[in-house]
Ligand binder design. Sequence first.
Ligand code: FES
Length: 612
Amino acid sequence: MRKFEVVFQPDGVVAQIGPGTTILDAALSVGIHIEGPCGGKGTCHKCKVTVKGGVSEPSSMETQHLSRQEIDVGYRLACQAEVTGDAIVHVPLATRLTAQKILDHGVRIDVPPTANVKKYPLKLTRPSLEDQRSDFERIRDTMSEGGVSTVSLDVLRRIPGLLRGNDFHITAVVLGDELVDVERGDTSNANYGIAFDIGTTTLVGYLVDLVTGTQTGVSATMNPQSAYGDDVISRISFVTEHKDGLERLHSKVIDAINGMIDDLCQQGEIDPNNIYEVTVAGNTCMHHLFLGIDPRNIGPSPFVPVVSEPMCVQAKELGLQINPRGRVYTLPNVAGYVGADIVGGILATRLWESNRIKLLIDIGTNGELVLGSRDGLIACSTAAGPAFEGARISCGMRAAPGAIDRVALDGDVVYTTVGDIKPRGICGSGLLDIAAEMLRTGVLDPTGRMMDETSLKDLSGPIRERIDRSEDGLRFLLVKGEETEQGHPVYITQKDIRELQLAKGAIFTGIQLLKKELALDDDDLSEVLLAGAFGNYLNKHSALKVGLLPPVGADRVRSVGNAAGEGARMALISTEERKKAEEIAKRVQYIELSGRKDFMENFAENMLFPVS
Ligand code: FES
């Protein structure tokens, strides 16, 4: 097939591409990651690039989302424009998938190391006419503790040469009750594992010394699947709409994880062959994509996963570059939208053994909620939409460098940005802050309606003057164009506020229905635990002000960081904790909210802001 040359600027990278390939796929093929929150549907217009040369005519989505002027100067949507000849593509900074602030720490509970992987240095007696035991029997009998009942053919084949070539001095590597490897001499101190949190947006890995239980490295990166859609639903759509969609998403995450393994090995100065086990926590869709399992039935009702049970598979089956005889353990899922990440979070926060009622909230594009104590746990998932991830917000962006992450109205607008650089847009925590401040100052009324300048006489001039009317309605000028990185002003529009109300209304309603199931009041909540990146970076006072959280008082709200990753780490270090995770998944009662009449009844009311 004829190939065309597509040059990506300013990188200067060249892709050799067949006709009909989208610019987005061409970019991905040479490692250039472009924003693609809508998963290539042409609706988010975040993948804007300029193209010169052989490219298809603008699609209907492009003519809808790009102005005539933009099209005339060569702007195209990378997910829509197809290569028809040699071309030069310029990918602006704003279009690139930039690394966001990644949360790589969380509540830390020290558990005694009782890892599933054990290494036994052995000095075996040599065989003789008086002692004709088999090599395997000899190894098994010499181990002072632990039982080995199985061994693979692959390992058996290595044993005779290794024993005799090393004076019968070897180290047996035992995983559970299986002899998974034999190594020369005494390598018992080189015993490592990695715990991964596979999030929809970010990946975090913790390298752990399995002898001592100490963490010796952390690696974090963006989930490269983000180029195929920001949320779980768009990833599932990608799988259903592309014949090779599952394979592509699976290999993307495996490649990224292998990169992290490499990074962790360099940090710890260790050999990847000394990594024997990996544990994984992720939402149910990420869990399936990691394992290469088709997640399509999680998408539509009745939202059925292929598997919820914990899985233990060979690392080489997944192509993970650790010891080829190593294993991968995935924590169990609860349901299609309450996954192993939540099980990890429950484990790490000790919610399952708490004698007081607590609420655990993990907010992403779905709000995953767990309520209860040691007497019982109940969970649900509610579609919050992508507002808190900065998507569908006119000047929204992820919590990447340049995102406005804190805002106050103090005489005028005061803000900070991620990375302390010029603003590029606003992320979820900034959106929450500005909404809370607009409510406090009366710029928003409790219905979420933005007031015009004339009805805000008491407000300081500099704030009042920031309100103006565009053809889409009222908007609030957060940052003037001359202060931003790209020279474009950052606005908060009436529509942005509505998106926020939809998101917070869905989460608040989910909380309300869980409380109703257990016949609890807000006073019964001893603590509200916020898991995940958004929960960690948000201002809890703002979250309470806008009614995202139940009105419990800020002293009862606590961030627990990357609780999913912490749960995966605990399950790696301790077989006891692993059993507890499996028990938790069985004990959590899942409540399906979709189609519930009381959800819709309460949702509209919960979109309103609290009157303080
Ligand atoms: S419009 Fe191209 S990825 Fe959304």
